[in-house]
Design a protein around this ligand. Structure first.
Ligand SMILES: NC(=O)c1ccc[n+]([C@@H]2O[C@H](COP(=O)([O-])OP(=O)(O)OC[C@H]3O[C@@H](n4cnc5c(N)ncnc54)[C@H](O)[C@@H]3O)[C@@H](O)[C@H]2O)c1
Length: 248
């Protein structure tokens, strides 16, 4: 894809399945990649693909300011921000104030703080691209998912506002909205709920026109496209990578 070689990329939630798949793809495209995650990189996943790793909580402004400064000093001013980090709470009307605070602080607040500090560096580069991970859950209601879906709708709202604010600085802002992707998180949640993985996969597959769950590398390809100059006239958009989930 055009314009990715030697670009500096930060991926939040970089140890998660979709963030990591995006890191692999952007490395292949010639980017310098920094992974950021709340968890320590105990498996040395960053080193394995030639990326750097920083541990931080994106909902903590001091931490975000500090890692932003060290990235700029040690790697250079960032061109591309991929915001995949998310906290998952699936609750309906019964959600508590504490749960709302926690999920909003990470999914909305953390996404915003990362953009706030990375934009300062993108301006020094004369432009950039921000890719915020929303979801099909940012378009429709799903039973007992209010906490999560509210944040995924909010991310689409933030994206459209920032697209307006940042267009004068040649910074494009878009969302990437996956359908159900077959990830470790899917398998873990089946195990946790003692559900049959094959059965659950069939059930999830049937929600998509293509009758399967997506693969992390299919999401990564779309993220690389949005980051690249091939998407140079795309800003304020939602890119569905949902196998036709929302077309039904
Ligand atoms: N997997 C899917 O099917 C799917 C579908 C639609 C949308 N999405 C979206 O894609 C994104 C990535 O999903 P995933 O499946 O890779 O999830 P994941 O749980 O594998 O990865 C999320 C990562 O974010 C990190 N994280 C959580 N809180 C953090 C914080 N405060 N600071 C820094 N890092 C933090 C976690 O440690 C984890 O490594 C999410 O935004 C999710 O909403 C996923």
């Amino acid at each position: 894809m055009r314009g990715l070689k030697n670009k500096i990329v930060v991926i939040t939630g970089g140890l998660g399945d979709l963030g990591y798949a995006t890191a692999i793809r952007l490395k292949e495209e010639g980017c310098t990649v920094v992974l950021l995650d709340l968890q320590p990189d105990t498996g040395n996943k960053a080193t394995a693909i030639g990326a750097r790793f920083l541990q931080a909580d994106i909902s903590d402004e001091d931490a975000v300011a500090s890692i932003s400064a060290s990235i700029e000093k040690e790697v250079g001013p960032v061109h591309i921000l991929v915001n995949t980090a998310a906290y998952f709470i699936f609750k309906g009307i019964e959600a508590t104030a504490e749960e709302w605070q926690k999920i909003n602080a990470v999914n909305i607040g953390g996404t915003s703080l990362m953009a706030k500090y990375m934009v300062l560096q993108m301006k020094k580069n004369g432009g950039g691209s921000i890719i915020n991970f929303s979801s099909v859950s940012g378009f429709v209601g799903q039973a007992n998912f209010a906490t999560y879906n509210a944040t995924k709708f909010a991310i689409r709202g933030l994206t459209k506002c920032w697209a307006q604010d940042l267009a004068p600085f040649n910074i494009r802002v878009n969302t990437l909205c996956p359908g159900y992707i077959y990830t470790k998180a899917f398998v873990d949640s089946c195990n946790k709920l003692e559900l049959d993985i094959e059965e659950e996969n069939k059930r999830a597959s049937a929600m998509h026109l293509l009758n399967r769950q997506g693969r992390p590398e299919e999401v990564a390809a779309a993220a690389a496209f949005l980051a690249s100059d091939d998407a140079s006239f795309i800003t304020g958009s939602d890119l569905l990578v949902d196998g036709g989930y929302l077309a039904k």
